[in-house]
Ligand binder design. Structure first.
Ligand SMILES: Nc1ncnc2c1ncn2[C@@H]1O[C@H](COP(=O)(O)OP(=O)(O)OP(=O)(O)O)[C@@H](O)[C@H]1O
Ligand SMILES: [Mg+2]
Length: 247
């Protein structure tokens, strides 16, 4: 049965310098849903995602995960349910090696040494960077860091996976592997991205953001055919849809 796992009501957020990054944002997402968050640079996507795991707390409004309001005093509970891949991998990776970073979550969750090892090596294998298991994180390329950051979330096996620009810096083969991996994963997924072709493949539903507000929320297939809507929101019709409409 589908039930609501993300409930956001009237969410507003201003950064300390006064920039109003979110204004009156509201949406719900159901268990198992794969939801895209798109919009131009500075639209508020990353700021919104960072409210889902309590990196930020609402200035106004509420964010609830599986019925629990995201508050300072229940962060552990929330972070157990929500795995977050940050836009900038350097915000996420802080241990000396890839293995240590991917193992950090399972160790914190209190799993046995064997379970930690299985989860860690399994997640590293899923994103196909086993050859980098013992490599120092600061020596990785940007794309390799992204894959290590994704593995560090997969090893926690969270109920909700939040990904901010997961395909940025990935080569075509790694991007394809990641899309195929995400397709197979039954968890609720919310993905902020400029990769609209990936959205077509992965997300039945899309939210379009502009200037800190939601300007559309609906079926990807219909939103992406609306050229005016896309243009108003600093987006461009994906090539695959342009080609289809000119056939
Ligand atoms: N630390 C900060 N301090 C002040 N303003 C910030 C900060 N981080 C982001 N902003 C501002 O908040 C707004 C939303 O930024 P955000 O990073 O959420 O956008 P985004 O949609 O993720 O953009 P992108 O597609 O470039 O990743 C922008 O106007 C941005 O300049
Ligand atoms: Mg962003």
């Amino acid at each position: 049965m589908n039930f609501c796992v993300i409930e956001i009501e009237n969410l507003s957020y201003a950064y300390p310098d006064g920039t109003l990054a979110l204004s009156g944002v509201a949406f719900h997402a159901n268990s198992g849903e794969s939801l895209a968050l798109v919009g131009g640079n500075g639209a508020g996507k990353s700021t919104l995602l960072m409210h889902l795991n309590g990196t930020f707390f609402p200035k106004t409004g509420t964010v609830a995960i599986c019925g629990t309001n995201v508050l300072q005093n229940n962060l552990n509970l929330v972070r157990r349910k929500v795995g977050m891949v940050f836009q900038n991998s350097d915000d996420q990776l802080f241990m000396p090696t890839v293995f240590d970073d991917v193992a950090f979550g399972p160790i914190n969750l209190g799993f046995s040494a064997e379970e930690v090892k299985n989860r860690t090596l399994g997640a590293i294998e899923q994103v196909r960077i086993s050859h980098l298991t013992n490599k120092q994180v600061f020596r990785l390329s940007e794309g390799q860091k992204k894959l290590a950051a994704i593995a560090s979330v997969l090893s926690m096996e969270p109920e909700i996976i939040v990904l901010d620009e997961p395909t940025s810096n990935l080569d075509p083969k790694s991007r394809r592997n990641l899309i195929n991996l995400l397709k197979k994963m039954p968890q609720t997924k919310i993905i902020a991205t400029h990769d609209l072709e990936m959205v077509i493949e992965l997300c039945e539903r899309t939210i379009i953001m502009n200037d800190g507000k939601i300007s559309a929320d609906g079926l990807t297939a219909s939103l992406f055919c609306d050229s005016d809507l896309l243009e108003t929101n600093h987006l461009e019709k994906p090539i695959s849809l342009v080609q289809k409409s000119t056939l």
